[in-house]
Design a protein around this ligand. Structure first.
Ligand code: FES
Length: 225
């Protein structure tokens, strides 16, 4: 984990990513990891926010929605990271399903290039798929999730913490025979630095902190009731 400075270079609307951020290579998060970022001119009045990658870019990375509306091209950022555990796409995977229940599918888009590079077919299942996806990516509605459980050999989900109690109903544990991981989102003001507990999620025996035990978790423990 490192600290450093970066900057918002471009902001996109209705695309596979929300912004392009420049930063040192050592700060670039992998898919599912995040940086804690704050605009330098806004410090110390606004809490840092987690910024997730949506893809790669020269000199930095493409960032996923959402981030503060006060950011604009040229905004200088103080960055800390990369933080947390990201996705672990199996090298042998050839049928990848990216399933978003959240406010954006952009966080999952960071898996598209690595999956295609290893020869996998990629399907994005989302109520709101981003535009600008590579032609090779198939887009399916959220209702097709049961079908995806039958053919996918790797499933990556993205959902808010508040949906965790509904997971056993959404995904029957007997239906998950492949590797499956879930990225949980919640406010993460301290990024594990202060153990504030704001990001806690209940598990079978106690709780986990999304900011440092996640934000990507193996899915199956959340399906056990
Ligand atoms: S954000 Fe403070 S413990 Fe996770």
């Amino acid at each position: 984990m490192k600290t450093g400075e970066g900057a918002v270079q471009e902001i996109y609307f209705d695309r596979i990513a929300a912004a392009r951020i420049s930063c040192p290579n050592s700060l670039i998060p992998t898919a599912g990891q995040y940086l804690l970022a704050e605009a330098i001119l806004e410090r110390p009045f606004i809490l840092p926010v987690p910024v997730f990658p949506a893809g790669s870019a020269d000199g930095g990375f493409l960032a996923a929605f959402p981030f503060p509306t006060s950011w604009h091209p040229g905004t200088s950022l103080s960055l800390r990271g990369p933080l947390g555990n990201g996705f672990n796409l199996p090298a042998a995977s050839r049928s990848v399903a990216l399933v978003s229940f959240g406010d954006t599918a952009q966080r999952l888009a960071a898996l598209i290039a690595p999956a295609i590079a290893q020869g996998a077919a990629v399907t994005m299942i989302s109520a709101q798929p981003p535009t600008g996806l590579p032609n090779a990516v198939e887009i399916m509605p959220i209702e097709s999730l049961p079908e995806a459980l039958r053919w996918a050999d790797y499933i990556a989900l993205d959902m808010p913490r508040e949906m965790v109690p509904s997971l056993p109903n959404l995904l029957p544990i007997n239906g998950i025979v492949c590797t499956a991981q879930v990225l949980l989102t919640s406010p993460m003001p301290c990024g594990g630095r202060g153990d504030c507990g704001v990001c806690a999620v209940t598990v079978k025996r106690g709780y986990k902190l999304i900011c440092k035990d996640g934000p990507v978790f193996d899915l199956k423990p959340f399906l056990q009731t």
